[in-house]
Design a binder for this molecule. Sequence first.
Ligand SMILES: [Zn+2]
Length: 156
Amino acid sequence: MTEKNITAKIRVYAYNELNEEQKILVDRAKEATKGSYTPYSHFNVGAAIRLENGIIVTGANQENASFPAGTCAERSACFYAGAQYPGVAFSAIAITAFHEGDFVESPCAPCGVCRQSLLEYEAQSGKPVEVLLAGRDTVYVLDSLRSLLPLAFTEF
Ligand SMILES: [Zn+2]
């Protein structure tokens, strides 16, 4: 028997400690929550992806009366990026959520399906994607999407 440890380094910042590029991406994710369609959960998630070419694309969660038909903000953003800018690597992604009149206090992390979806774009490019998980004042910063999904479905 052998034992393996899986670790992820998360750096915890106050919003004001972020660099300007990081602040812009978090701000775009916050702005993107306005595009959410959430008549059922009222939990508005926004995602902003900075592409290697400098363009920022955003996405917001879209719910549906047929619940499985809805999609998350992160996949909304990454599929849009993939469709509009095929082959362009992602540099960073910021994610946040707005609920009951304010941004959530705890940093917002993507669901498992979104982690798998995002990871494939990072794997295709071969370049790590910085991850910014933003709460109201606190932002978790991770060096790559891979650190969000150890033992991924496909071992890239
Ligand atoms: Zn998701």
